[in-house]
Ligand binder design. Sequence first.
Ligand code: ADP
Length: 265
Amino acid sequence: MNDMRIADRSVDANAAKISARDVNVHYGESHALKGVSIEIHDRAVTAFIGPSGCGKSTFLRCLNRMNDTVAIARVTGTILLEGEDIYDRRVDPVQLRAKVGMVFQKPNPFPKSIYDNVAYGPRIHGLVRGKAELDEVVEQSLKKAALWNEVKDRLHAPGTGLSGGQQQRLCIARAVATSPEVLLMDEPCSALDPIATAQVEELIDELRSNFSVVIVTHSMQQAARVSQKTAFFHLGNLVEYGDTPDIFTNPRDPRTESYITGRIG
Ligand code: ADP
């Protein structure tokens, strides 16, 4: 706890990007997420923390309807993205996922070139006209992911040939290329070494100037370093949500306190 750096926490308190109300998830008979309500801010990093199995990833996956792909998952409640219900029948989940991008635990570049990995989303969503525009989107996305300088001379080499940390930044570039509004990250550093982790954390801090970023992490130190808002989950409940420094230094709920002081986890 002592070496925790608390991140800068300037957040526009009025800018809710996502509003979730009374969200429940069942996997078959198992009630994995229980009545979660939360407002997620724009241009800020929100960390989801809590013991393994408490529902962090389940809730993250509700935010871009990834749970639609899990046959036994049933989601109820309301999730609004800028006031629009993302579970409305008229919403196309594929289009939604271009607006609410996702980065996974293990870097998962497509077996394609670096260029084609980043160009994939803009191509399938018809976001660009012509090669020059696509080149520009690829370059800008790689720059936003702090990868351009390392790959600009080998854009047509396979993405899978990069180091783990570079692959994860490539996946971030791929997510950023469709100009999303929200970036969801599910333990994005868990497969990375400490240097690559530090680079991705620095990148997350830069991304918040343009996006709403939500990160699931099992590392409290990481949550304290990168986030302005922290949500603590326990046994499927959202126990406490607030400014990151408050959660770590002045938790209100005894379950939060037990977790951050290492008594449960
Ligand atoms: P966390 O991300 O906090 O570790 P999860 O959201 O992955 O927690 O899991 C919450 C609960 O839901 C756990 O009990 C887990 O076993 C269960 N669960 C998660 N995904 C599935 C799934 N695809 N099918 C069935 N149960 C699942």
